[in-house]
Write a protein that binds this ligand. Sequence first.
Ligand code: HEC
Ligand code: HEC
Length: 304
Amino acid sequence: MSDFVNNFWSVYVSGITMVGILACLILLFVTARKKVVSDEDNTTGHVWDEDLRELNNPMPRWWMWLFIITVVFSLMYLAMYPGLGSYTGKLQWSQTGAYDKEVEKAKADLEPLYARFTAMSTEDIAKDSQAMAIGERLFMNNCAQCHGSDARGGKSFPNLTDGDWLHGGTPDRIHETIAKGRIGMMPPQAEAVGSPEDVRNLAHYVLSLSGSPHDSVKASLGKSKFTTCAACHGMDGKGNTMLGAPNLTDDVWLHGWGEQAIVDMVTNGKMNQMPAQEGKLTPAQINVLTAYVWNFSHKQGSAN
Ligand code: HEC
Ligand code: HEC
């Protein structure tokens, strides 16, 4: 558990703690035995403000006991809980352990609430307003940092509301994407295409596929080079959801629009990852999120 490479600091901390406790006890016994010299009238002989005298009574018993109990308590505490360097304590208590237990308890408490979503179809969950409210919270906590709180994504993070899918928009495909994660991988293609001029011409051909502004002479020169791309994006450029290859004929651009963006894609390639949620979220939570995401582009009426 210790972050240190050797146990010097562990011994150092334990030593100071134990010496401190021992010193407290010694101080108690020494002062309890020693009687300050006093006058016959049992005062210390100090006088303030003309007639204020200090009595020299022994420490009250209850105070002594309180002191001893405190010392005994601290020794017991140090035996049970981590406090002496890297010694973990008899109870094996730890902050991470306590946190894990709390998380487990929260999951167990939520189980009955989620239970009905384990067997329901995506379409039915999407019609359930309670499920959609839960889905929204789950999305805010787990997905919004990448896909945006409105799920419209951003550069390199896909928009989940537009009905345009890299990996497929059926309930099964969305569920698989969320549970197992996805890696979108386009290897660099420039060498296969040819010279930088060829790549530029090809970029104009790709722009022409979506009817975007382009140079039609360059596009017709680049057309034949598209065979390199067809293996993944399809001969017609409409993409392939099994490979996560985007449709190049629509006007949706994950990595930016225009000649330069396409030249960069072809030259450098791209690796883009959606992290797997299995293990982090329960199966029922993944079901709810699948329906929440699916519902954006297949409105079921419950969410407005
Ligand atoms: C660390 C950032 C990150 C987080 C967090 C994240 N995603 Fe993603 N997600 C991505 C990226 C990047 C892609 C695109 C992968 C690709 O290019 O193939 C993606 C793709 C997807 C897709 C596929 C989109 C398509 O067009 O096929 C879905 C669905 C999705 N995410 C849902 C979710 C949900 C639901 C969550 C929350 C549980 C989530 N994502 C959390 C980064 C993230
Ligand atoms: C091995 C499969 C494969 C080949 C071959 C391939 N691509 Fe891709 N391409 C992909 C994948 C997968 C993505 C999505 C990457 C991601 O998820 O971020 C992509 C993304 C793109 C994008 C970005 C689209 C957007 O929305 O921003 C462009 C443009 C592109 N490819 C053009 C081409 C061109 C032009 C060729 C031919 C020279 C080509 N690709 C060859 C797999 C491929």
